[in-house]
Design a protein around this ligand. Structure first.
Ligand SMILES: [Zn+2]
Length: 192
């Protein structure tokens, strides 16, 4: 049901969940087009998780208040990759902890997980979680600011509290499960 497409210059995992007449697109780094009403959700503001939105047709674009991270990463992209990232549209709805996204039969719950960026979120579905750049298989996303370390530790604790059989769909790289990460990921075992 969850389909992964790799998009953009940093090989972002873009996830597509198709419902009956609507489609959820998570973290598009390239514009993607569907015949269904499109709901875009971004896990954080980094350019490689939002840059596809600008040229897409959509009904809703949902993300947290993370525009500062977009601006910073946009400067980084220009400097390091020579990519001129276009400005992104304002979200049609700003997401916060506990918010629910309900599209056809799919329900996603917002877990606020600051650390990689101030506004990073994870999206919890039934038996799976989209973790953006907060948690990867075997590692975590970079914490760019020292004052965010403690927040990241708390965010990881929240993820660790999910059932072991919860599938992890990260923003880059292959999938995993919470149980696997509790075994193999040093950052879920006090390293930070
Ligand atoms: Zn990121």
């Amino acid at each position: 049901m969850v389909k992964r497409i790799i998009t953009g210059p940093l090989h972002t995992n873009t996830y597509v969940i198709e419902g009956v007449d609507k489609v959820i697109v998570i973290d598009p780094a390239e514009p993607l087009f569907f015949d269904k009403e499109t709901i875009i959700v971004s896990t954080h503001g980094h350019f490689d998780h939002v840059m596809g939105v600008t040229d897409m047709r959509y009904k809703e674009f949902l993300m947290s208040d993370d525009y500062e991270a977009f601006e910073t990463s946009r400067g980084w992209a220009l400097e390091n990759l020579g990519i001129n990232v276009k400005d992104i549209p304002k979200p049609t709805r700003v997401l916060n902890e506990g918010d629910e996204i309900s599209v056809n039969e799919v329900k996603l719950k917002v877990i606020s997980t600051p650390g990689h960026t101030k506004g990073s979120i994870c999206l919890l579905g039934e038996g799976y979680v989209f973790t953006g750049d907060t948690l990867f298989a075997g590692t975590i996303g970079k914490v760019w600011e020292s004052e965010m370390v403690e927040k990241m530790a708390h965010s990881l604790w929240k993820l660790k509290s999910l059932p072991d059989n919860t599938m992890i769909y990260p923003g880059h790289g292959g999938p995993s499960t919470i149980g696997m990460e509790k075994q193999q990921n040093p950052y879920l075992n006090g390293e930070l």
